[in-house]
Design a protein around this ligand. Structure first.
Ligand SMILES: [Zn+2]
Length: 169
């Protein structure tokens, strides 16, 4: 399992929901968590590992405890607004300022198929919004402030060129 880097088109596709929690789902979730920790990320979404399914893994505190796998997550409520820096494992070297809801309420399922209702604030809220965007083919570059977009334009172009080169070779 590897991180899919921008501008791979799978990152732009809307994922399909998970209908059954089988061995593949369990194995992929476990591998995604391992990869997330290895890359020192706080969240990872299915499309980022080439799996177009509605599953995200999150550990905003990095303490490897509690619910960390969220299946078919949906934001049901959001409140407030906060501008803060964000990065993404699919965009190495790029960070930018993005406005997100300050607090969100998320409904999802865990690997046991139990429904979870999570109220998240701070970094956790931001990570949920970022990862759920991935499930809908939305990327953080779409939401950056124009100043951040401008300052990252050259780096984005380099990622696009590198991708085309890898494709051509
Ligand atoms: Zn991301």
């Amino acid at each position: 399992m590897n991180i899919i880097i921008y501008p791979d088109e799978i990152l732009r596709q809307k994922t399909s929901p998970i209908e059954e929690i089988d061995d593949t789902v369990r194995k992929n979730a476990e591998d995604m968590l391992k990869l997330m920790y290895k890359m020192e990320g706080v969240g990872l979404a299915g499309p980022q590992v080439g799996w177009s399914k509605s599953l995200i893994v999150i550990d905003a505190s990095g303490d490897k405890e509690g619910e960390r796998v969220f299946i078919n997550p949906v934001i049901v409520e959001d409140e407030g607004i906060l501008l803060s820096d964000e990065g993404c494992l699919s965009f190495p070297g790029i960070t930018g300022k993005i406005s997100r809801a300050d607090e969100v309420e998320v409904v999802a399922y865990n690997l046991k198929g139990e429904q979870l209702k999570i109220t998240a604030g701070g970094l956790l809220s931001r990570v949920f919004q970022h990862e759920i965007d991935h499930l809908n083919g939305k990327l953080f570059i779409d939401k950056m402030t124009s100043a951040s977009g401008l300052s990252n334009a050259q780096k984005l172009k380099e990622l696009e060129q590198r991708y085309r080169k890898v494709r051509a070779s």
